[in-house]
Design a protein around this ligand. Sequence first.
Ligand SMILES: Nc1ncnc2c1ncn2[C@@H]1O[C@H](COP(=O)(O)OP(=O)(O)OP(=O)(O)O)[C@@H](O)[C@H]1O
Ligand SMILES: [Mg+2]
Length: 378
Amino acid sequence: MSRMRIDDSDITNAQIFEILLDNFPDIIHSVDDSGNIVFTNRKAESLLGYARDELLSMKVREIYSDEVLKKVDEGFSELKKKGDYAVESILKAKDGTCIPVEIRSFSIYDDYGNFLRTFSILRDIRPIKELQNSLVHAGRLAAIGEMASGVAHDINNPLTVILLANEMIGRKLQRSDSIELPALVAGVSQSSSEIQRASQSIQKLVQHLRNFSRGMAEKYEVLDLRNTISDSLFMTASKIIKYCIEVRNDISAGIHYTNGSPNQLEQVFVNLISNACDAMSDREERVLTIIAKECQREDKPFWQVDISDSGTGIKKELLDDIFRSFFTTKEKGKGTGLGLSISRGILRDHGGNISVSSEAGKGTTFSVYLPKHDCSTA
Ligand SMILES: Nc1ncnc2c1ncn2[C@@H]1O[C@H](COP(=O)(O)OP(=O)(O)OP(=O)(O)O)[C@@H](O)[C@H]1O
Ligand SMILES: [Mg+2]
């Protein structure tokens, strides 16, 4: 950067502010009633790749990524009414690069309460997002580690079926001289269908594990929460069977649609189900109940999925701590304490959230909130 030269005796407040704003590490801009950018600083030029003159001839929505434009318009109206607003969003630089930002905005009004302008500070949060993604990935790897022993067990059963059926075929073929051809064909084809079924269940399991451990770039799609829950129960089946847990899954198919990453949401439910199983492992009554209902959050329709267990419960004073990264009450090797903090991050990224209610000694309910997808606009 070239060195600034100013005569100290002449320095005005306006110059001081200009210097401060231009050297501020975040974008600062001001927008008028019609959405025109009327002020901006140097960081906006360097981050977005536009010259200041270009920015000052643009509407603010032009610096946002297409996928967030609807929210930008809604946010701008809310900001004008409410006076302040904080949100995460995505900017689009001149070369098309998408930049996730954290935005804090406020509005100013004249003496009669008429809206004049917004002022916003936009912070580039790419480093934070990268760290969050690594954490999500680390949490997923930890979950896979835990599932690996269960999966080995689940593969063992169909594998035994395959080996036995194969042996039966071998034996029947050896005795083919003494068996009528139709009976031989029927016996061999029965064993062959058993092999086919068992191989398919192994294939499903392996495919699932591969999808689950896939990389970090997650694509959002419209999904049926019933399928996500079924897949999560499938992935935690060995724990459910091991602890003889009764599962009451009341979610019907074809109703509970949301827009999200199937993998990430499965990661959330796998952790909640797995936590519930752990909490019930030594209990007499071991019931896992899953229900879904519609609810309103800030006047918008949401799905609320409740995962309830009849486990140990959580002490009141720990209810906040459980969402902290690395908080665990499990012995070493059994839990990293990342599950809930990652789940909360994932759900917030989906525009949702998670809450908990629990009674020590009686059980716990985790409620997952996800925006309802309106199928009529699909
Ligand atoms: N259903 C539950 N019943 C009782 N305690 C729970 C329940 N769910 C979570 N907890 C408590 O919250 C803590 C944090 O849970 P979290 O899923 O974040 O981590 P973890 O299960 O210990 O480890 P990880 O999920 O990373 O393998 C748990 O160690 C446990 O003490
Ligand atoms: Mg957990």
